[in-house]
Ligand binder design. Sequence first.
Ligand code: UD1
Ligand code: CA
Length: 455
Amino acid sequence: MIPPLDIVILAAGKGTRMKSDLPKVLHPLAGKPLISHVLAAADQLKPRSICVIYGHGGETLPQAIARSDLAWARQEPQLGTGHAVQQAVPYLDPNAICLILYGDVPLTRYETLQEMTLIAREGAIALLTVYLANPTGYGRIVRNAHGQVERIVEQKDASPEELAINEVNTGILCLSAGKLSGWLARLGNNNAQKEYYLTDVIGMATDEGERVIPCHPAAEWEVLGINSRAQLAELERLHQRNQANQLMADGVTLIDPARIDIRGSLICGRDVLIDINAVFEGDVVLGDGVQIGANCVIKNVEIAAGVQIKPFCHLEGARIGANAVIGPYARLRPGTELAEETHIGNFVELKNAQVGFNSKINHLSYVGDASVGRKVNVGAGTITCNYDGVNKHRTIIEDEAFIGSDSQLVAPVTVGKGATLGAGTTLTRDAPAGQLTLSRARQLTLPGWKRPVKK
Ligand code: UD1
Ligand code: CA
């Protein structure tokens, strides 16, 4: 039988250098908490269980993550990484293999971890190490005369010769859960930091003749941890650059790959073009040939083929049909559904509005809680008065209606098919189909009126 996989994620540490009230692992990278990246990689490995060791910040972390399928073990006080993993022992299956991850090391790739589980399933200990030009601060990997890993020595306990080693411990390892539990029970804290070091397990294991197989990440960013806001910002840029490179490899044109932020998932069709400073959040889908202008923020939006989003648009929770033209300076709020070939222009706000084929709302309008038919023209400055201070009401504008500029449609109200509203109309009752409706004080001119003059 293949041994099951139990994953332990260490996240009890204080994160002092963040200088934050928020637990470190809840700080966001690419729009989601650091630990959520780790959990996503863990989930991909299809483990039997995941146990998170938490402590600093109390219940904030389990409450924020709110996943009932996780085991949560509180470590209080925090006496070192070995002590942290000890808290997970009650949750481990002795026949399982155990993978140790860190809530503040967010970008380790599934492939790297998968390889480690294969090694552990064959009975060895997989240890993720990396060679660093400057190894200061890390535990060093001590190898024997045959080049085999023998033990790990922490920076503060290392001799000058050991400090010269530039192969360092990333902290990530995978090994038999049963054996791990035995070694953890025998850990002492007789070291420079008076801590129970998880790393001492490696020396214990090799003393018993266990094999330690070092694994290496494909790139250094896979094992970078976050200790400060500066490191968080650096890793954010690195991750964004990786995502940008992937998009370009998939055939997307990025005017500047250093100026795009994807905080969620972005799926692109063929020949999509994205200008500078676009921010994508949540789940965004861009169809073939879509063009995104500079400085747009786009969240949870589905955009069909051939759509042009001009600069400075803010789009959220919308669906946009093929060949629509949006912006510049348009705001689409949740519930907006635009049919094909619609035109939404500058300073137009739409909310919970469905707009039919080839209709145009081009200038300075608010259309909320509305159904707009096909080939409707909504003139500049038109406003749906959808809110009476207590309740929201719907406006219905039927096919081919023409709404004169600066009209107010006081909902609930309907404009019939092919109706025309005169400019400046305040519509409080339904406008009949095919006719001109207007509400407007009559224009008058006073004969003989003279401007006052200065006395
Ligand atoms: C640890 C390793 C070191 C390695 C380095 C990589 C040990 C003894 N040392 O050192 O070899 O090079 O990571 O970054 O393991 N944590 C707890 N409870 C604790 C202590 C730590 O949950 O009591 C968590 C922290 O939140 C953090 C992780 O464990 O996510 C690592 O702890 P940290 O104190 O940063 O370990 P290092 O001293 O950096
Ligand atoms: Ca650390």
